[in-house]
Every structure is written in structure tokens, then in C-alpha cells.
Design a protein around this ligand. Structure first.
Ligand code: CMC
Length: 434
């Protein structure tokens, strides 16, 4: 962050003295106006519900250009990372700032991540306490939060070694926990991790193998899921990441902060959109029903949204959606599902929406969630686990952002202010006169 030659002058129509505010320049992207001293100088706050114009931190991790439809992790375009790297290389990049050399990758994977793939045996008991029909995200919020009870020895956030161990534990154990949530819901035995498989191959096996049979990982499906993980790994200061930073700003431990992120991700306007998008496609049911559905979406009184469409930052095609669409083709071809009716329906819905003035004028394009549900469904992942897969992949982004926040000398506890519009001060009346 460097100061630009300009400052911003804020003047008031009531004749109060104007104030000069510094402007900082990022490496790329919009400049920011530093308003930290505004309250001290003027007694006034800024008002920005939904953070439409507010940068809450410095970050070196991820950059999005919403107008161009560009997403960079540590400067590298998502398209190149999705083609040339695997998920753990991307995880290393997000955590450490650079792509690993072959040696660094070997050490990261074989001496760190795979040493932590198992979870404490007692965690099985924890899972057994849930109803079988509990939503996997409810189980996951609890399981990630419970890691602070099971791994209390790495919760000292002032100790760099402890922070690193927690980070590795989270990345390594999330696949195991997500697979356990699934196995529990279908009444099958939990599968232990198998560390000679890749991160993603191991996850597929923990999900779909049973102890009675051998399981062979399909490399096309393994690569497709790995790509889903890469595409979801980070997305700068989105709602769940901001939640992790805000929770973490109080000094809470990383397991608790990331459990808060998982809870936020669950909502249908965020990570829950992949589940909602697939349910929407199933409800539409047939290409013939698309025009009537689009009319409902456009009706101001209906509250129906086209799930998997629109984004706060992308005002152009979400680059992740393009890659997800390609992955969708690959998976459906591999599984002989080229004629998949939901995929056809999704493509028709996209075609109609992209030619409709309602969507064009509001710059609403498909986002990553529009096609990811179709891929996951084809892989055999049940709809209510889609957001769990997103959480698994986003964990590394949350940790990288949490680490960055802890190391930031300007970091303070997050504490927004408000515009109070409630009752002025008044006296409590006696109960007989209320
Ligand atoms: N379907 C229909 N209309 C929409 C949609 C949609 N999916 N998204 C936005 N709009 C309309 C909205 O009604 C508003 O219209 P008007 O100006 O006439 O009132 C206008 O577009 C702007 O919408 P907004 O709600 O002010 O935009 P936002 O930036 O606050 O919301 C969003 C962004 C992602 C929450 C929203 O587009 C949405 O609800 N999309 C559907 C859910 C979804 O797919 N979420 C996944 C986001 S990507 C993955 C992730 O980050 O988790």
C-alpha cells in the first residue's frame, strides 16, 4: 500500500470545516480513501451496509477484477492454475505466497498434510450424537468448532508453530470430516484415509468406498473434483472470509474462527447457492418450463431468484463458471451422461437469461455455483453435501486470510458502528401503566 499524490477533501454543506483524507494505491484495482480518522476529526461515521464501498483490510492473496471477469491467486490467473496445478500446490501458493518447487511440494504433501489426515478416534462418538438426517453443514459447523476441543494443543495463536500445525490440521482433516458427515448420513462405516492416494483421490475413496470392496479412483473424476477444489479455494473478502477475519480479530482460535466461516458459507446467497441452484433446476424440471420460470424471476413480487446467477463483484462472466462448465462436459462425457437433462436445462436457462434484458441490464451472469452442482451430482455427491465440498476447498483460503490478518501490524478487533434509529432515551414505566 502506498500513498498517492492526491488526497480527498470532504466538505460539509453546513459550513463545518472540511477534512483531508489520504488516498492509497493498491498493486492493481481501485484506490482507497483512508477514513480511519474521520470520526475523530468530524464526529461522524460512514454508512455502508453490505460493505458496498468499503475495503476492510490490506491483502496480498487474491485479486478479482469484476468488470473484466478476472480472478488471480497471488497474481496467477485462475485459468492457468486450474490447468497446470493440483489443489495442494494451489493451497501452498495461497498459504505461502509462491508456488512450491518439486521439493517443497513433496515436503508439504508427504511430511505435513498426509501426516494429519486422520481425526481423533473420539470424534466418531461426536458424530454419533447427531440425528442421521441432520444437514451435513450443521454437522460440519459443529465438527470444525469441535476441533478446538480435540486439538487444543495448537490453539495458541501467538505461537507461529502452533498456527502452522492448526493450518495443516484443518486442510488435512476437512476431507475426512466431510466424508464422515456423508457416511454417517447414509449409515455406512467411516472410511479411514489412505495416504498413498492424492488429496482428492483419498477424499473420493473416503466418500464412496466401503470396507467390503476395493475402490479404484477414476482419474478423470479425481481431476474434475480437484479442479472444483482449486476454483473454490479463495475469493478475497467474501462473506465467509470476512466472517473468519472478524471472528479471528477477537483473538479466538483458528478452529473457532473457521467454524464461523463454515456457518456463514451455508447461506443460500453464498456457498449454499450450489445446492439451491441444483434444486431450482430439478424444480423447473423441463426445458419447456424455462420461460415461465424466467418470468417468475423477473416478477418483483415473487422473491424468486435465478440461483447460480449474479455476483456482488463480477459484472461480467465469472471466470470460475467458464471452467466449471468445461469440467461439467468432461465429467458427463466420462460417465456417458452427455444427454443429462439437467445439464441441457442449465444450458438453455443460461442461454435465455443471457439474452434477456432483465439479466443483461443488471449484469447478471452465471457464477461458479451454476454448473458446480451438476458436476457434483454426476460424481455421486448428494445435493446437501455440495456446500460441504465448498467448505472443504475454501478452508485453505480462510486460513491464508486468517494468517495474513494475524500478521498485519494494523490489525484491530473488527467493530463496525451503526446509525441508531431506535427510540431516544426514555424511562421504564411501571408494569401497571404499560
Ligand atoms: N436472480 C434474479 N435477479 C437477481 C439475481 C438473481 N440471481 N441477482 C441479483 N438480481 C437482481 C436484484 O433483484 C436487483 O435487481 P433490482 O436492481 O431491480 O432491485 C439487482 O439484480 C442487484 O441485486 P443485488 O441483490 O442488489 O446484488 P448483490 O450484489 O447484493 O447480490 C448475490 C449478489 C450473489 C447475493 C445475488 O446476485 C444473488 O442472490 N444471486 C443468487 C445466489 C447465488 O447464486 N449466490 C452465489 C454467489 S457466487 C458463490 C459465492 O460467492 O458463494
Amino acid at each position: 500500500m502506498s500513498t498517492t499524490p492526491q488526497t480527498a477533501t470532504l466538505s460539509f454543506s453546513d459550513g463545518s470545516p472540511s477534512v483531508e483524507l489520504p488516498i492509497y494505491e493498491g498493486a492493481i484495482g481501485p484506490d482507497v480513501i483512508d477514513i480511519r480518522k474521520l470520526y475523530g476529526q468530524t464526529g461522524k461515521f460512514t454508512f455502508d451496509p453490505g460493505f458496498m464501498s468499503t475495503a476492510a483490510c490490506n491483502s496480498t492473496i487474491t485479486y478479482i477484477d469484476g468488470d473484466k471477469g478476472e480472478l488471480l491467486y497471488r497474481g496467477y490467473p485462475i485459468e492457468q492454475l486450474a490447468e497446470k496445478c493440483d489443489f495442494l500446490e494451489v493451497a501452498y501458493l495461497l498459504l505461502k505466497g509462491e508456488l512450491p518447487t518439486a521439493e517443497q511440494k513433496d515436503e508439504f504433501v508427504n511430511e505435513k498434510v498426509i501426516r494429519h489426515t486422520m481425526v481423533h478416534e473420539q470424534m466418531k462418538q461426536f458424530f454419533n450424537g447427531f440425528r442421521r438426517d441432520a444437514h451435513p453443514m450443521a454437522v460440519l459447523v459443529a465438527a470444525v468448532g469441535a476441533m478446538s476441543a480435540f486439538y487444543h494443543d495448537s490453539t495458541d495463536i501467538t505461537d507461529a508453530k502452533s498456527r502452522e500445525v492448526s493450518a495443516i490440521r484443518l486442510i488435512a482433516k476437512l476431507p475426512t470430516l466431510v466424508a464422515m458427515a456423508y457416511k454417517y448420513s447414509v449409515g455406512q462405516p467411516f472410511m479411514y484415509p489412505k495416504n498413498d492416494l492424492s488429496y482428492t483421490g483419498n477424499f473420493l475413496r473416503m466418500m464412496f468406498a466401503v470396507p467390503a470392496e476395493e475402490y479404484v479412483v477414476n482419474p478423470v473424476l479425481e481431476r474434475a473434483l480437484d479442479r472444483i477444489f482449486i476454483l473454490h479455494a479463495d475469493h478475497e473478502q467474501n462473506a465467509s472470509t470476512s466472517t473468519v477475519r472478524l471472528a479471528g480479530s477477537s483473538g479466538t482460535n483458528p478452529f473457532a474462527a473457521i467454524a464461523a466461516g463454515v456457518a456463514c458459507l451455508w447461506g443460500p446467497a453464498h456457498g449454499g447457492a450450489n445446492e439451491a441452484a441444483l434444486k431450482m433446476l430439478e424444480e423447473i424440471g423441463h426445458v419447456d418450463n424455462v420461460p415461465a420460470f424466467i418470468e417468475k424471476v423477473k416478477d418483483k413480487n415473487s422473491d424468486v431468484r435465478l440461483m447460480g446467477f449474479g455476483h456482488r463483484v463480477y459484472k461480467n462472466y465469472d471466470p470460475r463458471a467458464k471452467l466449471m462448465r468445461e469440467t461439467c462436459y468432461e465429467v458427463l462425457n466420462e460417465l456417458g451422461l452427455q444427454e443429462d437433462p439437467l445439464f441441457k436445462l442449465a444450458m438453455e436457462l443460461e442461454r435465455i437469461a443471457l439474452n434477456d434484458d432483465y439479466f443483461v441490464s443488471r449484469k447478471l451472469y452465471p457464477n461458479v455455483d451454476f454448473y458446480s452442482g451438476i458436476v457434483q451430482r454426476a460424481l455421486g455427491i448428494p445435493t446437501d453435501l455440495f456446500t460441504g465440498i465448498f467448505a472443504l476447498a475454501r478452508t485453505v483460503g480462510w486460513i491464508a486470510q486468517w494468517n495474513e490478518m494475524i500478521a498485519d501490524p494494523e490489525q484491530k478487533i473488527g467493530r463496525p458502528r451503526q446509525l441508531y434509529v431506535g427510540s431516544p432515551k426514555r424511562d421504564v414505566p411501571d408494569v401497571s401503566s404499560r
